[in-house]
Design a protein around this ligand. Structure first.
Ligand SMILES: Cc1cc2nc3c(=O)[nH]c(=O)nc-3n(C[C@H](O)[C@H](O)[C@H](O)COP(=O)(O)O)c2cc1C
Length: 328
């Protein structure tokens, strides 16, 4: 039987299938089931900066005070809200570490490099094997330069890496003016890996009610093409490991990412849709494909379909575009 071990989050994983951060990974029972079905690692549901503020606002609203600049706000923030959230989060980490023999990765979804950075030490002390930062910036401010947006990434990563000794992994979006350069530069900051790409909440419009409505919470199985392209383009040009996420719903798509050069795939919607035991189906499917092809380990084929140099990548994309649309 083919060996599907891989390396990610600075650890050896028994499978490239990582349970991506989501509501399912917020429960010890689910984490145990995921372990039983052969998941490579679990990324816990993110601790959101906004959650903390939201909780704080509710408390302060009850007390008739919503001014964030007051000493009361800061005291409350520092000593009550943060502690409560963190206590629950660190408990899940330590319970999970006791319950399963699996890398448990904490996650922080952040939009600033401020207060929350001090949380990371406690997350490490609770036993997390790695920390994933979901750097969640939608560059929608027309007055803000791309340099300023990008600075947030480097500052945040640097602050966190200075704070903790565990591997720091990042999950990013593709909203950059020069994505290839940015991914390359981020890979040199000391992060252990980069996961491409975050799937943002995508609003839609109800034309009858003339209202903005929430779009699909779960991804579709054709959404993988953008991250797949960028894993193929960036593999071999980064100083860290890469993973794909978004739209990875079946064995074939997982294999595509590995061929493109990913070390792992982060899966969420497919587990919501098919259940936790689907992880085992993905693992077995990968092993069968490898057996059929005569591959003994993932390294035998990982990155086989990477696009080599930057110049070649541009030429490749242009030729494919001309062929594809010229023949249509
Ligand atoms: C219900 C739900 C909750 C999620 N919560 C988080 C989260 O807390 N932190 C995070 O980094 N990503 C979160 N995600 C994003 C997933 O980790 C994943 O990156 C995204 O769904 C794309 O993968 P998929 O196509 O397999 O769903 C969430 C996704 C879903 C559907």
């Amino acid at each position: 039987m083919a060996d599907i071990k891989t390396k990610f989050f600075g650890k050896e994983l028994t499978s490239p299938v990582v349970a991506a951060s989501c509501g399912l990974t917020n429960s010890l029972d689910n984490i145990k089931k995921m372990a039983a079905h052969g998941v490579g690692a679990v990324v816990l549901k993110s601790l959101f900066e906004e959650e903390i503020y939201h909780e704080l606002n509710q408390e302060l609203a009850l007390r008739g005070n919503l001014d964030h600049s007051t000493d009361e706000y800061m005291d409350y923030f520092d000593y009550i809200i943060k502690e409560e959230n963190l206590k629950n989060y660190t408990k899940l980490i330590s319970d999970a570490k006791k319950a399963v023999d699996l890398p448990i990765v904490a996650s922080i979804n952040c939009v600033s490099s401020a207060e929350w950075v001090s949380f990371t030490k406690k997350i490490e002390s609770a036993g997390a094997d790695a920390l994933e930062l979901n750097l969640f910036v939608i560059p929608s401010n027309a007055e803000r330069t791309s340099a300023l947006n990008e600075q947030f990434y480097f500052e945040t990563i640097q602050k966190v890496i200075e704070k903790v000794d565990i591997p720091v992994s990042i999950k990013i979006s593709h909203y950059f003016s020069n994505l290839a350069k940015m991914v390359g530069d981020l890979s040199k900051t000391g992060v252990s890996d980069i996961t491409l790409f975050n799937r943002f909440y995508m609003p839609d419009v109800d034309i009858d009610k003339e209202e903005i409505v929430g779009a699909q919470v779960l991804s579709s199985n054709n959404e993988y093409v953008v991250p797949l392209r960028w894993v193929a383009l960036m593999n071999g040009k980064v100083d860290c490991n890469l993973a794909g996420t978004t739209g990875i719903h079946d064995v074939a798509t997982m294999v595509k990412f590995l061929l493109a050069g990913a070390n792992a795939v982060q899966v969420c919607s497919a587990i919501y849709k098919n259940g936790i035991d689907y992880i085992e189906i993905l693992n077995k499917g990968l092993q069968s494909w490898m057996d059929e092809k005569g591959y003994q380990s993932i390294n035998d084929f990982r990155g086989k379909l990477t696009i080599p140099g930057s110049e070649n990548a541009q030429a490749f994309e242009r030729v494919q575009f001309m062929k594809h649309y010229g023949e249509y």
